[in-house]
Design a protein around this ligand. Structure first.
Ligand code: FAD
Length: 483
């Protein structure tokens, strides 16, 4: 009787506790991925993440074939299609690595119960976070509200266990003759855009899969880790790892990254602050999972209920200008164009564009979250809404709403020479540094010399900074007056 290994957000072979558990059973394995529709509180993937998933499944299938197996693809509601698979092959059981959202956990609990009731084995394992949410606090204590206290508890808990090696001797059950209505080929999953094919920029910037993840990690160790603590804030520099989509789809586990970075820092004698800062960012990822575990409606309800009364504006034209990188604020527009082209955006710029949406444009953070969900290759059901809530001021440990980023000063501070803005907004490339982050201050001689016509080649600002700031503060005061 075969044992089914259910791959979800852990599309790798190494450090995969469920796969290791299955291997040790000695039973022949069936490795399966289920493409589920949006259902029961779980979100369907956005466009860019779907593109990534296609490549990720292809890579996992190739890796399994190299070991003598293959990846079975199914489409439909997971409890139904896994139940049908188990009956048809008379499976000994099902194993998986845990996810932490409440809807996902409820579904997993149902499946576990059903399999066990049928006399099959069902076991879940920890593979996607450094520390599982329930391990950090004694039972009954309220959950952590702020990251610093949470992170101290993680550090007190000690290093995560060493990662498992890639399994060497896997045995597989044959899938020949398996006929299930839910079985699909990769092409039939229909994950890639057709007309128009908007994924050219994604193909140019990313290679999904476990092998590519390790190459990306290696490149970061060689070029980015040293100087990370300072450099990570500067979008024109190569000091961030770009590992987020690999983590999102589980081509690497956080504990693999933890130990690889710690070893590299030791070997290259890197400053402790670079390693500490990087590990703390992995901690932020865990913290978002922790919030997702504790708050079911993370993407739809503000964690601070007072924000339900926030008088968000309805302004489709302003939302569209933001989505298309046409706000007239260069750092914001550069970020939004980087996102549209590559499916990724630098963290500092994510904070600036998100703040611009919720404060300068006074648009609902959920509109921005939804756009990121559709356009990010790393769109994550925990990190994306938790980060949006953080920027909007309604999340846990959030920046207060009344602290409003000035997009001009942010540009002058973190992109002082304008390398980032000039790259993504070539129409402004020839403006002098002083005018680059606020082109409307350029003299007509400067714009002529730069070959840019404001209002034609590049928009005038959609809102004036001081007015927008005042409007946001008034809206916040109005919200607080509602008790
Ligand atoms: P690095 O700086 O190299 O950090 C290493 C890893 O730590 C990242 O890959 C990521 O997994 C994790 N990490 C780093 N910073 C954060 C953070 N602030 N919160 C949570 N995890 C973090 N990250 C996502 O993975 N998916 C999202 O959908 C997402 N949406 C975001 C939306 C907004 C509005 C903001 C402000 C941030 C969002 N982030 C999200 C967090 C962060 O911007 C990205 O994780 C980071 O930019 C990815 O780049 P990197 O891999 O080079 O990060």
């Amino acid at each position: 009787r075969p044992l089914v290994v259910w791959f979800r957000d852990d599309l790798r072979l190494a450090d995969h506790p469920a796969l290791e558990h299955a291997r040790r059973s000695g039973l022949p394995l069936i490795c399966v991925y289920v493409l589920q529709p949006a259902q029961e509180g779980m979100r369907g993937l956005g466009g860019a993440a779907s593109w990534w998933l296609h490549g990720a499944l292809q890579a996992l299938d190739q890796d399994l074939r190299a070991c003598g197996g293959e990846l079975l693809l199914l489409a439909g509601s997971a409890p139904d299609v896994l139940g049908q698979l188990a009956s048809q092959v008379d499976a000994a059981g099902l194993v998986w690595n845990r996810r932490y959202g409440q809807a996902e956990r409820a579904m997993d609990a149902g499946i576990k119960q059903r399999f066990r009731a049928e006399g099959r084995l069902a076991s879940s394992h920890a593979g996607s976070v450094l520390h599982e949410p329930w391990t950090l606090r004694p039972d009954g204590a309220p959950p952590y509200q702020v990251f610093s206290a949470y992170w101290r508890a993680c550090l007190r808990a000690g290093e995560p266990p060493l990662p498992l090696p890639a399994p060497a001797d896997l045995r597989f059950a044959s899938l020949q003759g398996l006929s299930l209505a839910s079985r699909r080929s990769l092409a039939e999953l229909d994950l890639l855009p057709r007309t128009p094919d908007w994924a050219g920029g994604l193909r140019a910037h990313w290679v999904p899969g476990e092998a590519a993840a390790w190459r990306q990690l290696q490149q970061f160790v060689e070029e980015g880790l040293c100087g990370y603590a300072e450099g990570r804030d500067f979008p024109g520099q190569a000091h961030c790892s770009r590992l987020s989509p690999y983590l999102r789809f589980g081509h690497l586990s956080p504990r693999q990254i933890w130990h690889a970075m710690s070893a590299a820092a030791l070997q290259h004698r890197l400053p402790g602050q670079d390693l500490d800062k990087f590990l703390a960012e992995l901690g932020w990822r865990d913290f978002c999972q922790y919030l997702h575990y504790h708050h079911a409606a993370l993407e739809s309800r503000p964690l601070q209920p007072s924000f339900e009364a926030m008088p968000w504006r309805h302004d489709p034209a302003a939302l569209k200008a933001w989505q298309r990188g046409q706000t007239g604020y260069p750092l914001v527009d550069a970020g939004m164009r980087e996102l549209w082209t590559t499916g990724w955006m630098h963290n500092r710029v994510r904070m600036v564009v998100a703040s611009f949406l919720v404060k300068h444009l006074l648009l609902d953070w959920r509109d921005g979250e939804a756009w990121f969900w559709d356009t990010l290759v790393d769109a994550d059901p925990a990190s994306n809404p938790a980060s949006w809530q953080w920027v909007a001021g309604c999340g846990m440990d959030a920046a207060p709403y009344f602290r409003i980023f000035n997009p001009i000063l942010q540009g002058q501070k973190f992109d002082a020479q304008g390398a980032y803005v000039r790259h993504w907004l070539p129409e402004l490339a020839k403006l002098p540094d002083r005018a680059l982050q606020q082109p409307w201050t350029a003299s007509s001689a400067q714009t002529r010399a730069a070959g840019v016509r404001l209002g034609i080649d590049y928009p005038e600002p959609v809102v004036e900074h001081a007015m927008a700031r005042e409007r946001a503060l008034q809206a916040y005061a109005q919200m607080r007056a509602v008790r």
